[in-house]
Write a protein of this length. Structure first.
Length: 441
């Protein structure tokens, strides 16, 4: 989940539990009937929903109710404009990406989608995001801090109608101060210890089925049980990062609006060359994906062979990990690949909300890209500038202008060069405020 307002509502928004994406089985795709009601404070409210399995892709814009035949297993992206917590704060864009949401094939699934308003956006306070129409789910949480304030335990309890399915969502970083928290394994709220994922699990959203007093995770790849109701709850311990360290987490990676599970992800220090690797299968997972010394890094997302983008694979993105903060990343690979001299937004830390569009021009051996980054304090984006990699392609220089001065950027700190067959993909890290970038080659 991510939000922003004119005041720059900040913080890293993640989901309460997890979602494991199962590869689609070969052969015919199963479909089911979905009825979805979009609610804000219990009342109908317009929202947009994109559903994609990589082949089927459809967006339903500004609807309060949906009745549609859709793939039984697909990625859901929910987006809506909701009121802020102050009449003078402007609107808030709510967005949540559910990597894999499964409905019953050849049957009817009816759900409520609860759009989260500004007052509900409280750190470490789980709320109901999606529930079966008759679930009547409720969640209660208590935070118990340690005596020295360096860590705390979050205890949550869920009740509802037996047999219901529910997705819970929360924020795992304070909204009003720049401080992230590490959740060591076992992290029952985000990456439960009972989960043995042979593929990558995203910390975006999860579904659970209430069977008696036990919540059971809905996807077969992961085995998750959470005691709820009168029989107990779920608890996780969060602790402050050590001084001089920070974190990095992949919120989601999409191709044609459908989720991609990485075969491997890597984080490499620009200054020391040390590399951290996250590669299935996992025995234990903590949140965030990486906890590393603060500094400059190159992050590489490696999709499985034969899936996802067929051009521009394995791109290295320059990224900064800041002291006691969590840097997040959302990737959106274009379904048609990268075309020479046509810049594309590759990702950001706001689930696709940081950059609304690009303008570009070509003059001689220079490609100029205007990036209108929203400018909120923590908004970061990554833009790909594709160049033809022929014999005349020489050393690349990247500069940025903010309207007052021109600055020459540093390779691997501010941009990276990714040679591919017939192309050179220049990945530029765009900080808050954006700018006018010129790539000379």
């Amino acid at each position: 989940m991510t939000k922003r307002s004119e005041r720059g509502l900040s913080g890293v928004f993640a989901a309460l539990l997890l979602s494991c994406h199962a590869p689609h089985a070969a052969g015919a795709v199963s479909y089911g009937r979905l009825k979805a009601h979009f609610l804000l404070n219990g009342q109908p409210h317009p929202a947009s929903l994109t559903i994609s399995d990589g082949v089927y892709r459809k967006t339903f814009k500004e609807v309060t109710y949906l009745d549609e035949l859709v793939p039984a297993d697909a990625t859901y992206a929910i987006e809506a404009s909701v009121a802020a917590d102050s009449p003078h704060a402007g609107g808030v864009t709510f967005k949540d990406v559910i990597p894999s949401f499964r409905i019953q094939p050849d049957a009817l699934t009816e759900i409520n989608v609860h759009l989260i308003s500004g007052p509900e956006a409280t750190a470490f306070s789980p709320v109901v995001l999606i529930e079966d129409r008759l679930a009547q789910a409720r969640v209660n949480s208590v935070i118990s801090p340690s005596s020295d304030g360096s860590r705390f335990t979050l205890n949550s309890r869920i009740t509802g109608f037996p047999g219901s399915r529910v997705i819970l969502d929360t924020i795992v970083e304070p909204l009003h101060r720049e401080e992230g928290y590490l959740c060591p394994a076992p992290c029952a709220h985000i990456l439960p210890a009972a989960v043995d994922c042979s593929v990558y699990c995203y910390t975006c959203s999860t579904t659970a089925v209430l069977q008696g007093n036990v919540w059971k995770e809905n996807f077969n790849l992961c085995s998750l049980t959470l005691d709820t109701g009168g029989s107990g709850g779920v608890a996780s311990t969060f602790q402050r990062f050590a001084a001089g360290t920070g974190g990095m987490v992949l919120n989601a990676a999409l191709w044609n609006a459908a989720i991609l599970k990485p075969a491997r992800t890597e984080l490499k220090s620009v200054t020391t060359g040390r590399t951290w690797v996250l590669q299935p299968p996992f025995k234990a997972r903590r949140f965030p994906d990486f906890a590393v010394p603060a500094g400059a890094y190159l992050y590489t997302f490696v999709p499985p062979e034969g899936s996802g983008p067929h051009t521009g694979r394995n791109l290295a993105l320059p990224m900064a990990v800041r002291d006691r903060e969590i840097s997040s990343l959302y990737l959106d690979f274009p379904p048609d690949g990268f075309k020479d001299f046509e810049p594309r937004v590759l990702g950001d830390n706001r689930l696709g909300l940081a950059v609304s569009g690009l303008r570009h021009s070509v003059s001689g051996r220079s490609l100029t890209v205007e990036v209108p980054n929203s400018g909120f304090k923590q908004d970061v984006a990554w833009v790909v500038a594709p160049l033809p990699a022929d014999g005349s392609t020489h050393a690349v220089t990247v500069t940025v202008s903010d309207g007052r001065q021109v600055t020459t950027l540093r390779e691997n700190y501010d941009y990276s060069l990714n040679p591919k067959t017939g192309q050179l993909l220049v990945v530029i890290q765009v900080p808050p405020g954006g700018g006018l970038y010129t790539v000379t080659f």
